[in-house]
Design a protein around this ligand. Structure first.
Ligand SMILES: *[C@@H]1O[C@H](CO)[C@@H](O)[C@H](O)[C@H]1NC(C)=O
Ligand SMILES: *[C@@H]1O[C@H](CO)[C@@H](O)[C@H](O)[C@H]1NC(C)=O
Ligand SMILES: *[C@@H]1O[C@H](CO)[C@@H](O)[C@H](O)[C@H]1NC(C)=O
Ligand SMILES: *[C@@H]1O[C@H](CO)[C@@H](O)[C@H](O)[C@H]1NC(C)=O
Ligand SMILES: *[C@@H]1O[C@H](CO)[C@@H](O)[C@H](O)[C@H]1NC(C)=O
Ligand SMILES: *[C@@H]1O[C@H](CO)[C@@H](O)[C@H](O)[C@H]1NC(C)=O
Ligand SMILES: *[C@@H]1O[C@H](CO)[C@@H](O)[C@H](O)[C@H]1NC(C)=O
Ligand SMILES: *[C@@H]1O[C@H](CO)[C@@H](O)[C@H](O)[C@H]1NC(C)=O
Ligand SMILES: *[C@@H]1O[C@H](CO)[C@@H](O)[C@H](O)[C@H]1NC(C)=O
Ligand SMILES: *[C@@H]1O[C@H](CO)[C@@H](O)[C@H](O)[C@H]1NC(C)=O
Ligand SMILES: *[C@@H]1O[C@H](CO)[C@@H](O)[C@H](O)[C@H]1NC(C)=O
Length: 470
């Protein structure tokens, strides 16, 4: 008895040494925290001081540009705040600067102009090589920032409304010359906070941080009609240390889509999306709740999503890729997801298609591995999983743990070219994912063992090792 016990303790110590510090615990408390002292701006101006009129009709682009130009002189003096009071402030695209807080008071609504000429044409993103939906250049976002540090867009639940219906109509009737603009795009910036606001009716993706680090999106509401084209909620793109929390998002396309560039352009730009936390998110969409890809050519890794609710949606979690993309998706951990009225709970698509041009390399295969889904519960699900990898390029080390879905279909799982493990999955998963996680394969399951250690410290850890030892 005592001998068995000492062996167990040794095992536990070895385990603790192997696992090292609790990586996610540490990350969670660092990159979801903003630095409060940066938030207090010693200088403040109100948009009306620059001639803006909040009648919903007067175009205020010049007022925003002039106010921000003026505030540039405070950038090295602790920064400044641009206060937007209650009113309806129509504007075209404008640029932010470093050390700026754009503050929308209660009742403040920034309205995007419905004239395409108020949204200038800019170069395509280098990691895309062309506009996402049309070749060539693209419209600049309503609120844009480039090469910035310490920029905050916040307030008391003011609203930024892109008035996107004109763009959606013109997309549908094919009368646009350039790719549609985002509502907010920040490029090559660090120390970005977007919080306590409502975003409505984006022409295209709503919030698009690209080539950014240290981005926090917190406590925002994003809405666009469920049938509006490509109105994604938040798209972290070739960005790292991103935290998205406490958001409500109901849109026409993916609630959150993590991306990193498109085929040969994304491969050569080579900037991954990594260290991304998503938590306490509620969403609804006719597309996917959390999507990774389909543009993932710069790689996506270390994504941790938890405490998520998706309802009345087409797909819960989806990984989309294609031959030609190259890159990788690895170390993804998704847990505590609740789904209701969702057609497909989990979906992998290995042949998404869509290439920027004919110069992509069809032999550039994406590497998809170490993807863990844990504690997923679903009511009124049509299909549990459509798990389609790529022939000759299996998606590997896929782990499903503690998943309970009430499914209508008679063939709940459909798997091809995937390999992985599962435990406690109902309805029972497909053969390719059927091998048991415990005890042989738990180390192949990203984060699962560590998660056990964090949640079940002490007595339960010991009983866990007793179980493994038998
Ligand atoms: C990114 O911004 C920094 C300044 O903040 C600048 O030095 C650098 O050249 C920029 N890089 C790109 C690719 O825009
Ligand atoms: C950002 O940095 C890049 C690279 O240094 C430069 O080409 C570009 O003009 C800068 N843009 C702005 C708005 O500062
Ligand atoms: C979320 O934002 C609203 C106003 O938009 C505010 O009243 C509330 O306190 C915020 N909650 C958190 C957790 O920041
Ligand atoms: C913010 O306002 C929107 C409507 O504009 C509302 O749906 C949302 O619940 C409000 N958010 C908070 C946190 O008060
Ligand atoms: C396309 O839609 C726009 C916006 O609704 C409209 O102004 C335009 O007349 C339409 N053009 C055609 C050719 O249908
Ligand atoms: C959001 O608003 C709440 C309530 O005013 C405030 O406590 C919180 O700090 C704000 N959060 C951010 C990230 O601005
Ligand atoms: C799971 O997420 C829900 C919110 O979606 C939350 O209320 C609940 O506390 C979470 N459960 C655990 C065990 O963290
Ligand atoms: C979801 O859809 C069902 C069926 O269409 C509807 O009854 C329900 O109100 C919707 N739920 C929400 C929260 O909108
Ligand atoms: C079940 O979900 C489907 C959509 O997938 C929806 O049309 C139907 O109304 C839902 N049934 C119930 C009872 O909510
Ligand atoms: C399985 O997940 C559910 C939430 O969906 C949770 O309440 C339960 O404790 C989990 N069970 C195990 C064995 O982890
Ligand atoms: C499984 O999915 C493939 C597409 O990946 C489809 O062609 C096939 O019909 C599906 N099989 C079943 C039984 O649903």
């Amino acid at each position: 008895m005592s001998e068995t016990r000492s062996v167990l303790l040794v095992d536990v110590l070895v385990l603790l040494a192997l696992l090292g510090p609790t990586q996610w615990g540490a990350m969670g408390s660092s990159h979801c925290k903003r630095h409060n002292d940066e938030m207090i701006r010693p200088h403040s101006v109100t948009i009306t001081e620059f001639g803006a009129v909040g009648d919903g009709v007067t175009l205020n682009t010049k007022a925003f540009q002039n106010a921000i130009f003026y505030l540039n002189s405070f950038a090295d003096k602790g920064g400044a705040k641009l206060f937007v009071p209650a009113g309806r402030w129509l504007t075209g695209s404008f640029d932010l600067i470093s050390h700026l807080t754009l503050w929308l008071d209660k009742g403040a609504v920034i309205l995007g102009s419905t004239n395409t000429e108020d949204w200038p044409i800019v170069d395509p993103l280098p990691s895309y090589g062309r506009g996402r939906e049309l070749p060539g250049r693209r419209h600049r976002s309503l609120i844009f920032g480039r090469n910035l540090t310490d920029v905050v867009i916040t307030g008391e639940n003011g609203t930024i409304d892109g008035q996107g219906s004109m763009w959606w109509e013109r997309f549908r009737n094919k009368t646009l010359d350039y790719t549609r603009p985002h509502l907010v795009e920040l490029m090559n910036s660090t120390g970005v906070v977007i919080s306590n606001l409502t975003f409505l009716n984006s022409p295209f993706w709503t919030i698009h941080p690209i080539y950014c680090s240290h981005v926090i999106v917190q406590n925002v509401t994003i809405r666009a009609p469920l049938d509006s084209p490509n109105t994604d909620g938040i798209d972290p793109d070739s960005s790292d240390d991103v935290c998205i929390e406490d958001c409500y998002i109901s849109t026409g396309d993916d609630v959150i889509a993590i991306k990193s560039g498109w085929d040969e352009y994304g491969i050569s730009y080579g900037r991954p999306s990594k260290n991304i936390i998503i938590r306490r998110l509620i969403g609804e969409t006719h597309s996917s709740g959390i999507a990774i890809g389909s543009e993932m050519s710069g790689g996506v890794s270390d994504v941790h999503a938890e405490d998520i609710v998706f309802f009345n949606s087409t797909t819960g979690i989806r990984i989309k890729t294609s031959p030609g993309r190259g890159g990788y998706v690895r170390n993804i951990f998704i847990s505590n997801v609740s789904l209701a009225n969702v057609k497909v709970a989990i979906r992998f698509t290995g042949r998404y298609g869509e290439h920027p041009d004919e110069s992509y390399d069809p032999k550039a295969m994406p590497k998809i591995e170490r993807i863990t889904f844990k504690d997923i519960h679903g009511e009124n699900i049509t299909v549990a999983g459509l798990m389609e990898g790529i022939e000759g390029d299996n998606f590997i080390n896929i782990c499903l743990y503690n998943i309970t879905l009430s499914v209508n279909s008679i063939s709940p799982w459909n798997c091809s070219n995937v390999q992985g493990f599962s435990s406690l999955v109902f309805p029972q998963t497909c053969e390719l994912l059927e091998e048991s996680i415990f005890p042989d394969h738990c180390t192949e399951c990203y984060h699962l063992l560590q998660e056990h250690r964090i949640r079940n410290k002490g007595a339960r850890l010991l009983s866990w090792w007793t179980y493994l030892g038998t």
